[in-house]
Design a protein around this ligand. Structure first.
Ligand SMILES: Nc1ncnc2c1ncn2[C@@H]1O[C@H](COP(=O)(O)OP(=O)(O)OP(=O)(O)O)[C@@H](O)[C@H]1O
Ligand SMILES: [Zn+2]
Length: 471
């Protein structure tokens, strides 16, 4: 069975046929780093991480680009409010986002280009559009450059809208525009209100790129003029993705073959959002749940379904996940370790059907149920294949509890388990040292102390016996 995905451009489930056999190019719009990430913000990161893992599982050589928007209106406004340079705020928020992705085992993309590092590529693309008659510099002296939507008859094709039915683009002063729907490719520097550090030289005077042009330029640089899948949150379909596609195609670049969009995380039916005051940051959730449990909760829902966030639902999900973990713990005890396995057919079919993670997770639970019966029956040979299959499926979803990635602070239990292992090994060595001292074999006793010291363990002999700490 081939991988089929719902293409939001054609609004149908289509077979995935890559442009180049065996390769998959994927571009996902990353976040504007302007505030602390909440659960809604990381959903696309998790969903598209599952996509890249699935494509790799299918044997594709994946190039996955997820950008960072590190300059824009919101960053300028918020940094000014907080008395920070825009790049200070952007960098701080970027580090928080990286931390959130690590805590949720979202693998880094192949490359993660930042908008500010690609201004020359954006200028070249804007120049191409001007040369082809699809863009123009504003005549009001603002230094803005706009895309001329009426010059591109296909404008609106991605979201199936006629130009006259569309709203105006509210990204710049409409006085310099030929049509209110024309959107900014380049924003002239507003000397009176914007810092000089946020202005780059360009043929149209100092300024900064518009948001949409970033993604077209960066996708082009790392994936070429045509690539396979473009993804992002559902809100990005219009205007962002419509504009990305229009300006890329108007410049002669075919752009994406498939479009995928993930739905909202909601609370009480409303989009989780910083400004609505109903958002929950990742560290706040990780005070109560492990990263692997939050990831399981997000992965268990289909990426195109809304997820109504609640702690009750998260709690239920965490309980479900612990059932899988407990099975694996018990199986590992019996088997002395779990080797590589193969995913079951139900799981593969579910994933091939537009990343059907709810059915894929149900398939894992089904195999766990069988596994528990095998455990009860003491059928170790059958249990071996069964448990290995569970691990293989979890791994595709980024949910293998033994994955060292979960040893990050908010992550899974690896760190906790390692602590127990270290505790055990050190205490055994200390017992040996005590015995050597009792036997007056000081050479051996000192050798043990030196060995521990060399690996970072400090000893202190107290009246209650030796105490150790990390040096
Ligand atoms: N609740 C959500 N569910 C899924 N994705 C979300 C959610 N909120 C934000 N996103 C994704 O993160 C991107 C940035 O979101 P946005 O800046 O609108 O977040 P926000 O918290 O609503 O911000 P603010 O309220 O501060 O304007 C969006 O384009 C969207 O794809
Ligand atoms: Zn984008």
């Amino acid at each position: 069975m081939t991988f089929r995905l719902y293409d939001t451009a054609t609004r149908e489930v289509r077979d995935f046929v890559p442009l180049e056999e065996g390769k998959a190019g994927l571009y996902v719009c990353g976040l504007t780093v302007q505030s602390e990430p909440h659960v809604g913000h990381v959903r696309s990161g998790v969903n598209f991480d599952v996509l890249q893992r699935w494509l790799r599982h299918l044997g594709y050589d994946v190039t996955f680009i997820r950008n960072v928007t590190d300059i824009d209106d919101k960053i300028l406004v918020k940094s000014a409010e907080q008395g920070l340079a825009w790049y200070q705020l952007a960098y701080r928020m970027k580090r928080q986002l990286d931390r959130a992705y690590d805590d949720l085992n979202v693998a880094p993309p192949t490359y993660e280009p930042a908008a500010t590092g690609h201004v020359p590529e954006m200028i070249v693309l804007i120049q191409e559009l001007i040369a082809k008659g699809h863009a123009y510099a504003a005549e009001d002296g603002s230094g803005d450059v706009y895309f001329d939507v009426r010059s591109w008859p296909q404008y609106g094709e991605l979201t199936r809208q006629g130009i006259d039915d569309m709203e105006a683009a509210e990204d710049a002063d409409p006085r310099g525009k030929r049509d209110p729907r024309d959107f900014a490719l380049w924003k002239g520097w507003k000397k009176d209100s914007e810092p000089e550090t946020a202005a780059w030289p360009s043929p149209w005077g100092p300024g900064r790129p518009g948001w949409h042009i970033e993604c077209s330029a960066m996708a082009g640089k790392y994936l070429g003029p045509a690539f396979d899948i473009h993804g992002g949150g559902v809100d990005l379909r219009f205007p962002h993705h419509e504009n990305e596609q229009a300006q890329s195609r108007a410049a002669g670049r075919p752009f994406a073959t498939y479009w995928m969009h993930n739905a909202w995380i909601t609370t009480a039916g409303e989009k989780m959002s910083k400004s609505l005051g109903n958002s929950l940051t990742i560290p706040a959730v990780l005070q109560k749940y492990r990263g692997i449990e939050l990831r399981y909760y997000l992965v268990a829902a289909h990426y195109r379904s809304h997820v109504e966030f609640s702690f009750e639902a998260l709690d239920e999900a965490a309980t479900g996940f612990r059932r899988i973990e407990n099975f694996l713990d018990r199986a590992a005890d019996v088997l002395g370790g779990i080797g590589g396995g193969i995913a079951c057919a139900d799981f593969l079919n579910a994933m091939n059907d537009d990343l059907g993670t709810p059915a894929a997770v149900a398939a894992i639970h089904e195999v766990v149920r069988e596994g528990n019966k095998l455990l009860a029956a003491g059928d170790s040979p059958a249990l071996r294949g069964n448990a290995a299959s569970v691990v293989a499926m979890l791994d595709v979803l980024g949910l293998d509890p033994a994955d060292p990635a979960w040893s990050s602070p908010g992550g899974g239990r690896t760190a906790e388990r390692l602590e127990t292992v270290v505790e055990g090994l050190v205490s055994d060595l200390l017992t040996q040292r005590e015995k050597a001292r009792a036997d007056r074999d000081f050479v051996s006793a000192d050798a043990i102390r030196d060995r521990l010291h060399a690996v970072g363990v400090q000893l202190e002999d107290t009246p209650d016996g030796p105490k150790w700490s990390l040096s």
